[in-house]
Write a protein that binds this ligand. Structure first.
Ligand code: HXC
Length: 510
């Protein structure tokens, strides 16, 4: 009996070494942790239970039958993050470059299936060289088995990808099917085809970092939702992020203890809006001031900064914040900001996370670049996302809510549950200057008349009261009481019941 126990320990020791000391050293020399070190950092101490540690590939091409390493390049299992269970798989770059074989794919499939069946999130940590070249079509099939499961799990359990090394070829599409992708600066990159192929096909010369580094994907392509300086920071922030997320679409949002009273007024909000309507202010200040302890986890903070999205808590429960940002392009809606916010609202709706929307938007961005780029379709994505969402929707208009953007930003007409406006709100078809130039076009050469009409328009429309008179705004509230109003509304909406008509699925304008 003792011998077999010792043998088990010896087998485990060998498996834990993955591709061996030398490759582990090389991994460290690049500033990267190994797969098991990453899992250890991510999970609560001692909580990891590994599966399939002894699985090997079954390839007989190119001498592979003589090269078998237990685990076959991916470490899989489950553990807890602050006491809540999650499934995890981490590619082991020290074993065949973390490349995907049939057995490797089957290990991932096993935890994917278990996560979906048990209603628990799954985290994938990638650091890999794509399909196991020696396996050919078996590797391709293995990828598709992973993709199929990603797709079925979408909207049922949260799926998060950490890209912590190379991620190319077949490895990119599973992350793209998950809910969130985070990267590590300078040690990770993602692309469908690498610099060499790019050079051959298009004659462009680019480095891996220029083609698919964290900067590219967090600022240009919006493939990634955030980036961190190193593995440790990335995994620590991932733990913080997981605390905001429900376990599944059935579990309800997590509730953490909150020490912030719900009814404490914040007088500084009364003076936040500048007296000049064209002056910017930071909408994030409102998010920090109304959410529990100002703990806000922002998504895509370096992309389409004219809209801010992310998770916070109100009285301990997770909410999603969507807010136009007057500091960037005056908070205008364009294609990028519409897509960014639409995806976020859909995630919240899928996982029953209430959405709090802060509105200060001068409209949609005019111009050929936007129109040629499909602003109509992209803007419609956000419109669609808000319109289909059945979660509690609370909207606060702080200043401008002009034109179509008024409709889009969780207005009453899109089944907003509680719609408030600050006294500084301006709810109108457009700003005064543009409006007067259209309706009094004939008087354009009479500056006095134009000035008079502009004043008349401002007095009549640039306030919240016309909308409030019609019931499109439920109440004009004091800015200082915003947190209290949101908390009360959320408490009231806990029992909200709203269903959309039966359908196989919708047809969001993709
Ligand atoms: C088998 C692989 C491998 C692969 C790397 N290795 N990629 N083995 N299949 N795809 C092995 C190497 O042989 C090496 O083994 C070890 O991993 C480390 O690789 P290095 O090249 O030494 O490391 P590095 O210099 O850091 O370069 C990393 C890399 C490079 C950029 C990822 O290895 C690379 O370009 N790999 C190939 C990428 C690729 O073309 N993949 C196929 C994509 S096609 P030893 O024993 O020396 O340590 C694809 C299609 C699927 O994925 C589509 C499905 C939809």
């Amino acid at each position: 009996m003792r011998e077999v126990i010792e043998e088990l320990e010896e087998r485990r020791r060998i498996a834990r070494l993955g591709g061996g000391e030398k490759r582990i050293e090389a991994q460290h020399a690049r500033g990267k942790l190994t797969a098991r070190e990453r899992i250890e950092l991510l999970l609560d101490e001692g909580s990891f239970e590994e599966y399939d540690m002894f699985v090997e590939h079954d390839c007989h091409e190119f001498g592979m039958e003589d090269q078998k390493i237990p685990g076959d390049g991916v470490v899989t299992g489950w553990g807890t993050v602050n006491g809540r269970a999650i499934y995890v798989f981490a590619k082991d770059f020290t074993v065949f470059g973390g490349s995907l074989s049939k057995s490797h794919a089957q290990k991932i499939n096993k935890v994917q299936d278990m996560a979906l069946r048990n209603g628990l999130p799954i985290i994938g940590i990638l650091d890999a060289g794509g399909a196991r070249i020696q396996e050919g079509v078996d590797a391709l099939g293995g990828y598709a088995e992973v993709f199929q499961r990603n797709t079925l799990a979408s909207g049922v359990i949260p799926q998060i990808t950490m890209v912590m090394g190379p991620c190319a070829g077949g490895d990119v599409y599973s992350p793209a099917l998950t809910d969130f992708i985070f990267m590590v600066r300078n040690s990770s990159y993602m692309f469908v085809t690498g610099p060499d192929v790019v050079k051959t096909v298009t004659n462009e010369e680019v480095t891996a970092e220029e083609l698919g580094g964290a900067k590219v994907h967090t600022t240009k392509s919006s493939v990634a939702d955030g980036a961190y300086d190193n593995d440790i920071e990335a995994l620590t922030e991932l733990r913080r992020f997981i605390d905001f997320l429900p376990q599944s679409n059935q579990s309800g949002v997590p509730v953490l203890p909150s020490h912030e009273p719900a009814d404490k007024p914040d007088l500084s909000l009364d003076t936040l809006i500048p007296s000049n309507p064209n002056m910017p202010y930071d909408i994030k200040e409102i998010i920090y001031k109304v959410s529990d302890e100002g703990d806000f986890f922002e998504i895509q903070q370096d992309f389409a900064k004219n809209i801010v999205v992310g998770f916070g808590r109100m009285e301990g429960s997770t909410v999603g914040f969507v807010a136009n940002q007057p500091m960037v392009l005056a908070g205008v809606l364009d294609s990028d900001s519409s897509r960014k916010a639409a995806r976020f609202v859909r995630f919240c709706d899928a996982f029953e996370i209430p959405v709090v929307t802060l509105v200060d938007v001068p409209g949609f961005l005019p111009g050929t670049a936007q129109e040629y780029g499909g602003l109509i379709k992209h803007g419609a994505k956000l419109l669609f996302a808000y319109a289909e969402a059945t979660v509690p929707k609370i909207t606060i208009i702080t200043r401008k809510a002009y034109g179509g953007a008024y409709d889009v930003m969780a207005s009453k007409h899109l089944r907003g549950d509680v719609n408030y406006a600050w006294p500084t709100a301006e709810i109108a078809v457009m700003g005064a200057k543009g409006a007067v130039e259209i309706i009094f076009r004939k008087s354009l050469d009479d500056p006095e008349e134009i000035e008079k009409r502009t004043k008349e328009y401002e007095d009549r429309f640039l306030n919240p009261f016309v909308a409030a008179e019609r019931g499109y705004i439920d109440e004009v509230i004091q800015p200082r009481n915003t947190r209290m109003r949101i908390c009360r509304a959320l408490a009231l909406l806990k029992g909200k019941q709203l269903d959309n008509p039966w359908k196989k699925h919708d047809n969001i304008p993709l």
